[in-house]
Design a protein around this ligand. Structure first.
Ligand code: HEC
Ligand code: HEC
Ligand code: HEC
Ligand code: HEC
Ligand code: HEC
Ligand code: HEC
Ligand code: HEC
Ligand code: HEC
Ligand code: HEC
Length: 423
């Protein structure tokens, strides 16, 4: 175990204060208080409560600065790099997962410190103890910046993109209190890492989720007077809704229709709006059915229950089950409610939506490969096609083919087709 993951950050100094966060807390008092309420602060006690004989194998993840690696029978596998830490100098001040477990050793004098925030952000610092890392690292969230340097990101992408595409931008926008004291520069840029969704210093939300706040989505259609509306009530799925929503206001949609667009459609991420049943462009005079088949009364934590199916992994000797972190929907999540369905195509819904989508697609301008053209204009595309094309992209970019909201996806495709066929 733990062989496939990257190592912890190189130490800034070799020695730990190891005073149970006392020194850090003398200047960072609020952070210390909120951290003290997290399971990390209590990790030693859980271990002691769990097992009378605290084995080195267990201690390696329930203490600070432990960098030798042990296998299940408690035998030393790899010698560590640090010359200090719980493995080298076991002392009560290093019990539990303290500040220095993520920020690195800071003895003897932390005051002029340059804590390695970049490495704390990276996700690799969590990998040592959390096997969630392996699934996350190969997920879409763990690969957002693969093949792209930080400089390239900031050259090619403006700051508005950073809010959802990199960790630092998200924290700055959504958790400004925690951002205080840090700056967003070309030096910072991490994927959608563990600490994007999890706040390392606060247990205010379940599993230290960083925010479950309502989200203001820029366009709610005629039902909201073409203005912003609130995405709300998705349980723990609210963490996903922070980023997975459409990005177009009423005026930017009208601009796509008036002028054509190099990037038509709602942006690649309209899933939360689809679940809510708002925010596609609704053609005046047509009826749209909004009600999703899944609500929090049957699927309590939207997004999370289907996309983070709980699986048992050999986490510790007890094999504690953990939430899946590939973020891909898992057909086992549907089984209990849908009679052990072997596919997502429950009641043929995905087939039906795919068929409607294809039927609409052939009514829109095609490129040479037979796909709907990626950009709209005012020459090849008629205005009606640009309007119906928005619907096409909304359903296509949602990617669930009706699972997120069968009624809304079906009525918007049927309406667009009828609209194009009308004289
Ligand atoms: C003598 C006071 C003092 C002590 C002790 C102290 N810090 Fe700090 N720390 C500061 C100040 C001041 C800042 C700058 C904060 C700001 O700009 O708002 C800072 C900033 C930080 C930052 C952010 C750095 C960045 O790049 O933005 C981290 C992380 C941090 N401290 C961690 C720690 C840890 C962990 C400890 C204990 C090992 C610790 N500090 C001990 C005063 C202290
Ligand atoms: C030194 C090992 C270690 C490191 C490093 C570490 N953790 Fe943990 N983490 C633990 C242990 C052990 C627990 C369980 C503590 C307990 O319940 O006693 C835990 C608990 C948690 C929990 C709470 C889970 C729950 O059920 O509420 C979250 C969230 C978490 N860690 C996230 C992170 C993140 C994110 C990072 C990286 C920034 C990280 N951890 C780094 C060992 C570690
Ligand atoms: C590879 C690192 C690692 C090792 C080794 C490890 N743990 Fe843990 N342990 C964790 C993490 C991480 C958590 C938090 C689980 C979570 O919420 O995802 C945890 C949680 C726990 C909990 C709280 C579980 C709960 O359901 O609240 C107990 C008790 C525990 N560990 C005991 C042990 C014991 C006993 C051993 C040795 C036999 C051990 N651990 C070995 C990382 C480890
Ligand atoms: C599980 C890993 C982890 C632990 C434990 C941890 N931190 Fe952090 N810390 C981070 C990460 C990641 C960031 C950057 C993201 C953020 O602020 O949420 C950070 C940011 C900071 C900052 C700068 C931002 C701010 O909120 O002011 C300070 C200061 C800081 N930590 C101090 C501490 C202190 C003091 C402790 C212990 C009481 C501690 N940290 C425990 C991972 C951790
Ligand atoms: C895109 C958001 C997101 C990212 C990125 C993410 N998590 Fe999670 N994590 C969640 C959600 C949502 C839950 C489920 C919360 C619940 O059910 O209480 C969760 C649960 C957890 C838990 C609680 C125990 C359990 O059941 O597994 C731990 C520990 C954890 N994550 C650690 C990590 C670590 C370590 C990383 C990075 C390697 C990471 N997470 C990346 C969203 C995220
Ligand atoms: C409101 C949050 C948000 C903002 C702001 C945002 N994006 Fe996205 N973007 C997402 C999400 C979420 C996805 C992934 C959706 C999916 O794959 O289903 C995504 C996907 C993408 C993709 C497709 C990625 C791929 O590999 O196929 C591109 C390209 C993209 N965004 C570019 C941008 C650019 C450029 C900006 C800034 C001008 C930006 N995004 C701003 C949330 C956002
Ligand atoms: C900080 C913003 C953010 C949050 C929070 C977030 N995501 Fe994402 N997600 C993204 C971005 C950005 C991408 C696209 C990455 C790419 O392709 O470059 C993505 C991609 C995905 C993908 C892959 C889509 C594809 O087309 O392959 C899935 C599935 C996904 N996210 C589900 C979730 C779930 C479930 C949650 C909540 C637990 C969540 N996301 C939370 C930003 C976010
Ligand atoms: C009832 C279960 C369920 C719920 C609830 C749910 N999803 Fe999905 N999601 C799916 C299924 C099934 C797919 C389609 C997978 C396929 O056909 O390959 C999907 C597709 C996606 C995709 C595209 C994934 C890819 O690989 O192409 C993203 C991103 C996504 N969902 C995000 C979300 C977000 C964000 C939420 C909450 C607002 C959410 N989902 C709620 C089941 C669900
Ligand atoms: C907690 C229970 C629950 C889970 C989990 C769940 N569903 Fe459902 N699903 C329902 C209920 C209830 C309905 C409404 C059935 C009705 O109206 O007759 C429904 C309806 C549907 C429909 C519309 C078809 C119809 O018969 O109305 C589709 C498609 C669907 N679910 C797909 C999925 C997929 C795919 C998954 C897994 C990724 C999933 N569901 C997970 C409870 C669930």
């Amino acid at each position: 175990m733990m062989t496939s993951v990257a190592t912890t950050p190189p130490p800034l100094s070799t020695a730990y204060l190891g005073d149970n966060a006392t020194t850090c807390g003398s200047c960072h008092q609020t952070l210390k208080e909120s951290w003290s309420a997290t399971p990390h602060a209590n990790a030693w006690q859980t271990l002691v409560d769990d097992t009378a004989t605290t084995q080195l194998y267990c201690i390696q993840c329930h203490s600070t600065g432990f960098d030798d690696e042990y296998n299940f029978s408690g035998q030393l596998v790899t010698a560590g790099q640090n010359t200090d830490g719980y493995d080298d100098n076991p002392r009560t001040g290093l019990q539990g997962v303290q500040c220095e477990a993520c920020h690195g050793p800071m003895s003897p004098n932390p005051a002029p410190h340059t804590p390695q925030l970049a490495t704390a952000f990276s996700g690799e610092v969590c990998a040592k103890c959390h096997l969630h890392y392996d699934e996350w690292r190969t997920s879409a969230h763990g690969t957002v910046l693969d093949g792209m340097t930080r400089e390239e990101f900031f050259d090619e992408w403006d700051g508005s993109c950073s809010v959802c595409h990199i960790s630092e931008g998200f924290i700055m926008a959504k958790d400004s209190a925690d951002w205080a004291g840090m700056t967003l520069t070309a030096e910072n840029a991490n994927q959608v890492t563990c600490v994007t969704c999890h706040d390392p210093h606060s247990d205010d939300n379940s599993s230290q989720l960083r925010t479950l706040a309502d989200v203001s989505s820029p366009y709610g259609g005629p039902a909201y007077n073409n203005g912003a509306y609130m995405i709300t009530g998705l349980g723990k799925g609210m963490i996903c809704a922070q980023c997975h929503h459409a990005r177009r206001s009423s005026s930017s949609i009208q601009s796509q229709f008036n002028n054509g667009s190099a990037h038509p459609g709602p942006h690649e991420s309209p899933q939360a709006d689809m679940v809510m049943g708002y925010a596609t462009y609704e053609i005046p005079g047509y009826t749209y059915v909004r009600d999703a088949q899944h609500t929090t009364s049957n699927v309590a934590d939207m997004c999370v229950d289907c996309h983070m199916y709980t699986v048992a992994v050999p986490y510790d000797q007890a094999g504690t089950p953990v939430k899946g972190h590939s973020f891909a929907p898992d057909v086992r999540a549907c089984a209990g409610c849908h009679n052990n369905t072997p596919t997502f195509d429950v009641e043929g819904v995905q087939s039906e939506i795919t068929h409607l989508l294809d039927s609409l697609g052939v009514m829109l301008p095609q490129d040479t490969t037979g796909h709907v053209m990626a950009a709209t204009d005012t020459i090849v595309w008629t205005r009606k096609q640009r309007e119906a094309g928005y619907t096409y992209l909304f359903v296509e970019q949602d990617k669930s083919k009706g699972v997120h909201n069968y009624n809304y996806a079906r009525t918007m495709l049927e309406n667009a087709i009828t609209y194009l066929l009308a004289p």
